[in-house]
Design a protein around this ligand. Structure first.
Ligand code: 5GP
Length: 210
């Protein structure tokens, strides 16, 4: 059983372009919340800061970390490897910090299946519509429209994993989506009532996938 002083693990996953990273950043400003910094073999983007946004490593280093069982979870996403180091996360949870994970569904599944001795809350973030998603993906710093098209196809596959999460939240407006997640976390931590409509989410997913 988790103890009262242990921190909580909070996973946010989403198909690309649903605005998850901004949400994780907002949540990390809450008192006692911290983001888990992942390792990746992907190249840094121009706005990214090494050792803050990611630990950027070469593939051979990543493979060594896998072999040494340093990762709590890892996965291949869009041809690059991503992984969460075990030790810093466990140390912080033991000190009572709540840890936010910006990871994909494969990593979320792995952490869930580990059944660690810490409370785990999982969120899947969805865009309000396919149209908005395409606009968001096209506006990104991307080489060409082909990548946006490819990510739209990836979206149709990724969205199917919504069912494995505790909560699915629609990101129509960043601030209200953030407040919704914050309230759900507070309700989970205090055994309060949860404002959550699964039927509404099921219908929304149907619209996104039809
Ligand atoms: P990006 O390259 O755009 O930063 O991230 C691509 C995807 O990889 C996102 O869905 C992000 O959540 C996921 N990701 C980032 N770090 C990790 C990680 O440590 N493990 C897993 N499984 N996925 C990650």
């Amino acid at each position: 059983m988790p103890t009262d002083i242990d921190g909580v693990m909070i996973i946010l996953s989403s198909p690309s372009g649903a605005g998850k990273t901004s949400l994780v950043n907002l949540l990390s400003r809450l008192e006692n919340f911290e983001i888990s910094i992942s390792h990746t073999t992907r190249k840094p983007r121009p706005n990214e800061i090494p050792d803050k946004d990611y630990y950027f490593v070469k593939k051979d280093k990543f493979k060594r970390l896998i072999k040494d069982e340093e990762f709590l979870e890892y996965a291949k996403v869009f041809n690059n490897y991503y992984g969460t180091s075990r030790t810093p996360v466990i140390d912080k949870l033991n000190k009572g910090k709540n840890i936010l994970f910006d990871i994909d569904w494969q990593g979320a599944d792995q952490i869930k299946n580990k059944k660690l001795n810490y409370k785990l809350i999982t969120f899947f973030i969805l865009p309000p519509s396919k149209k908005v998603l395409f606009e968001r993906l096209s506006n990104r710093d991307m080489k060409d429209k082909l990548i946006a098209d490819e990510r739209m196809k990836q979206f149709s596959r990724d969205v199917l994993h919504w069912i494995n999460y505790d909560y699915v939240v629609i990101n129509e407006d960043l601030q209200s989506c953030y407040l919704k997640i914050k309230k759900l976390i507070e309700a989970e931590l205090n055994d309060g009532s949860k404002d959550y409509d699964l039927e509404y989410i099921r219908n929304h997913v149907e619209k996104l996938t039809s």
